[in-house]
Every structure is written in structure tokens, then in C-alpha cells.
Design a binder for this molecule. Structure first.
Ligand SMILES: [Zn+2]
Length: 143
């Protein structure tokens, strides 16, 4: 009688993991050792490294950095850095309270320097406000 080893006991090897990742934008950056030991994975989409269990990758879990970005609706690197957003806001009378900038559609908290009131708006809204304010000033100058 031949006993076939059940599939779930198939050992985890570098080859087995590479095979799972071959059609995804993930590359194995560490060695597969034991089924419950995390392996270092490099994400080619965002350039970050993360550790994951081979079995979780097999089930379809992916890069946590990309997951977070997708969840917040950011598809690519934002045009503005947090520092630039903060400086732009300050120049136009707002103090940025948040420490993270994801994209111009993501709500941010500001303090209106004139009134001291907290304002929640996207960076896009702030840009639009500044733009309309500048147009208004121009009209006032011409009068
Ligand atoms: Zn990623």
C-alpha cells in the first residue's frame, strides 16, 4: 500500500513560494525556512519590503503598504510632499494639523490662522479656496 502524503504537509521551499509570486509584483527577498516563519518580500509596485508568511501569500495577501494606499484611494505617489502642503497652507493662512499627506482628495485638518477655528478640508479644496481668494483680491485691486 502506498501512502500519499497529504498536500497540506507539502513543505514550504523557496521554489514553492517563487511559483506563487511569479505572476505578482512581489519578489522573495529572504529564505523560506519553516511554515510558520515569515519571509522577507520585496514589493516591486511601491519599492517597500515587508515580512509575510508564505501561506498568507498563497491565500492572496499582499503588500501592506500598497493595501493602505489602495484603501485611501491613492494610486501613485502624491505630487505634493507633506512639507510642501504644510508650507502652502501656512503661506495662505492655515496651519496643518495632520502629520500624513496621502493625496489631494484626502481630508486634512487645518487651523484657520485668522479665526483659530479647526477646518477639515482636502488639499484640493484648500487650493481652490486660495485660487478664488487671489482672484477676488485682484478684482478688489482693480476697483
Ligand atoms: Zn507595495
Amino acid at each position: 500500500m502506498t501512502t500519499k502524503r497529504p498536500r497540506r504537509y507539502e513543505p514550504w521551499t523557496n521554489e514553492r513560494l517563487d511559483n506563487i509570486l511569479k505572476d505578482r509584483s512581489l519578489k522573495r527577498a529572504g529564505e523560506v525556512t519553516y511554515w510558520n516563519k515569515k519571509v522577507l518580500i520585496h514589493c516591486e509596485e511601491c519599492g517597500n519590503d515587508f515580512e509575510a508568511l508564505p501561506q498568507n501569500l498563497e491565500r492572496g495577501s499582499g503588500c501592506p503598504h500598497c493595501y493602505l494606499k489602495k484603501k485611501t484611494g491613492a494610486k501613485r505617489k502624491p505630487k505634493w510632499s507633506l512639507k510642501e502642503v504644510r508650507e502652502f497652507a501656512k503661506e495662505n493662512g492655515y496651519t496643518l494639523l495632520d502629520d500624513e499627506y496621502i493625496n489631494n482628495k484626502f481630508p486634512l485638518r487645518f487651523i484657520d490662522d485668522n479665526t483659530g477655528a479647526e477646518v477639515v478640508m482636502t488639499f484640493r479644496t484648500l487650493q481652490a479656496r486660495v485660487k478664488s481668494q487671489k482672484i477676488k483680491e485682484k478684482i478688489d485691486d482693480n476697483q
